[in-house]
Design a protein around this ligand. Structure first.
Ligand SMILES: C[S@@+](CC[C@H](N)C(=O)[O-])C[C@H]1O[C@@H](n2cnc3c(N)ncnc32)[C@H](O)[C@@H]1O
Length: 218
């Protein structure tokens, strides 16, 4: 079962298939997660957790107070199988099933670019974060490397190139979302400013932005 809410295109179904297919490199995930300096005692929400690879990595590193949320039933089921002791919820980013000021960190890895509008989800994240809690995210950035990669993935020949075979499935499954995000990326940062988040890190990685934004303390 798939809920649509803020996602206008029926993209999540594609992602469910592609996500299972494209289990991204755990070393690369660990490298990127390190930027967030998540501590073992902190209470973490992985929003849009997919099949739960980040939850699994963090749990194995001793972060036990960790929750995953996704709108895909199939992916939540996979996540539960992978890390049975973590807690998972089938819910939308627009309506999170948690009380105000619950989490030290809300982790959002490659999810905002699936949204046509960010305000409601960012409002919910703001609500469930404790004061001075961190929104930690990784989202696509329009770098030259990404533009080249994406252009090649759009060519039919890419299905015959071994290292592109998997990436093209997930890229083509979310192409409309991706284009929309890359065009409207600035609106996202403006919304963060309007909500009084304080920028702690905004780093351009190879093809993505790694961000840490702190919730206001008042
Ligand atoms: C690109 S995947 C990333 C999954 C995971 N964060 C990871 O790094 O592997 C995007 C995820 O966001 C989820 N998603 C999309 N819209 C959502 C929403 N409105 N609320 C919660 N999750 C959503 C999708 O189901 C999908 O699992």
């Amino acid at each position: 079962m798939i809920s649509k809410s803020i996602n206008t295109w029926d993209q999540t179904k594609h992602w469910e298939e592609a996500c299972i297919e494209t289990r991204r490199n755990p070393d690369e995930r660990i490298r990127r997660l390190r930027f967030f300096r998540i501590k073992k005692k902190e209470k973490i929400l992985d929003l849009g957790c997919g099949d739960g690879l980040n939850v699994h990595i963090l749990y194995k590193k001793g972060v036990k107070n960790i929750f995953g949320v996704d709108i895909s039933d199939a992916l939540i089921k996979s996540a539960k199988r992978l890390t049975p002791k973590a807690k998972f919820y089938l819910a939308s980013a627009e309506k999170l099933p948690f009380k105000d000021e619950t989490f030290d960190v809300v982790l959002v890895d490659s999810v905002f670019h699936h949204f046509m509008k960010y305000r409601k989800a960012l409002g919910e994240i703001n609500r469930v974060l404790k004061k001075k809690g961190r929104l930690c995210f990784i989202e696509p950035h329009k770098s030259i490397v990404r533009s080249l990669y994406d252009a090649v993935c759009e060519l039919p020949i890419s299905k015959y190139i071994p290292f592109l075979k998997k990436r093209r499935i997930s890229y083509l499954g979310e192409i409309k979302f991706m284009r929309h995000w890359l065009k409207t990326e600035d609106d996202f940062y403006e919304t963060l400013t309007e909500l009084k988040f304080v920028e702690r890190l905004r780093k351009l990685d190879i093809m993505s932005t790694i961000g840490i934004y702190e919730k206001a303390s008042y």
